[in-house]
Design a protein around this ligand. Structure first.
Ligand code: ADP
Ligand code: MG
Length: 318
């Protein structure tokens, strides 16, 4: 278990009062509060911290505003919820108040309009050294369509949307001063799978879902622990972009390692009844199957795969 999970564990039993509205608290991509017979609010928070998640001179205020929102939208997508409201907490250093902040706010306003999200509150503070953008997002969902990460069933197919590893490789390029714009864009300008999340919510055969924010290996482990199941993954089936393949070929690196470790893909990882495989949306890859709890296999052409270190992560992970 990593340090972050150890810390979160301390808060797991903080629901000290019975509350029939609370359908889900800590442990999934978002909390779920029942508001009527059929509807629920879905609530989650995520922060971007300077020097942990980004370097100030490598990302524009416009990109940062959009990225902070996308990171939060991804958790809504993972629950099959439609985002509706935002609460914004800022800790700003003095030099940012002015031009930088104007660009940030203008960009955030634009993107919130596109997604039809209203900003309803927040908090603003001065910070001595580092910039912090912290968002709480509130969405709405049909209770019957919400997908949780603890519902995977033995025999389910394991699926993932889009491509994996691009953002992680983009982060690597920034660190090493390699100009690969496609990969760097994936890191700086992520795109949450909100539409796909809503679509998958309507499919009863989709059993469990979460977003890939910590890297496939970690999020697969999150899925497996929550659902008390194992998995068999076939790495030759991982969706790897041409951009990542070409980059890795040139640099003598493994695209699989970028796809497995690290993170910030903001794709959806979900399990589905094998019978409906033909009805899955395009842009979805089947990468394995759910097994019984004791069985965890990561195979490349049927042989066990060992990650090549280093595993790329944020600057300063908890
Ligand atoms: P995700 O798996 O979506 O990346 P996290 O790993 O950030 O989510 O968090 C896992 C769960 O722990 C979530 O339900 C989140 O709300 C909860 N959580 C994280 N940090 C805290 C905290 N400091 N206090 C209470 N709950 C927390
Ligand atoms: Mg998540």
């Amino acid at each position: 278990m990593n340090l972050e999970k150890n810390i979160i564990e301390k808060f797991k039993d903080f629901q000290q009062f019975p509350d029939r509205r609370l359908l889900k608290s800590i442990g999934d991509d978002a909390a779920v509060l029942k508001i009527s017979e059929k509807k629920a609010l879905v609530i989650s928070a995520d922060s971007l911290i300077e020097n942990t998640h980004f370097l100030r001179d490598q990302i524009t205020p416009e990109m940062l505003a959009k990225k902070a929102l996308q990171v939060n939208l991804s958790d809504m997508a993972a629950m099959s919820a439609a985002p509706k409201y935002l609460i914004l907490n800022l800790a700003l250093t003095k030099d940012l108040i002015g031009n930088w902040l104007n660009k940030f706010t203008k960009s955030l306003k634009q993107v919130l309009k596109i997604y039809q999200i209203n900003l309803i509150g927040g908090d603003t503070n001065c910070s001595e050294k580092q910039l912090l953008i912290d968002m709480t997002i509130i969405g709405e969902a049909d209770i019957s369509q919400i997908k949780y990460r603890n519902q995977a069933k033995r025999g389910d197919l394991i699926c993932v949307s889009g491509h994996l590893g691009d953002a992680n490789a983009g982060f690597y390029c920034l660190q090493k001063n390699i100009k690969n714009l496609n990969l760097i864009r994936a890191h700086l300008k992520p795109h949450a799978q909100v539409e796909l999340g809503l679509k998958l919510g309507k499919l009863k055969a989709v059993h469990a879902m979460l977003d890939v924010s910590d890297g496939l290996l970690q999020d697969l482990e999150n899925l497996s622990q929550a659902s008390n199941c194992g998995y068999e993954i076939h790495l030759e089936k991982l969706p790897i972009s041409n951009a990542l393949k070409n980059f890795c070929k040139k640099e003598g690196l493994s695209p699989i390692d970028f796809a497995l470790a690290g993170g910030e893909d903001y794709q959806l990882l979900f399990t589905v009844d094998a019978k409906v495989v033909s009805r899955l949306p395009a842009n979805v890859s089947v990468i394995g199957t759910i097994q019984s709890a004791a069985e965890k296999k990561i195979l490349l052409h049927q042989k066990p795969y060992h990650l090549h270190l280093p595993v790329f992560q944020h600057f300063n992970p908890v």
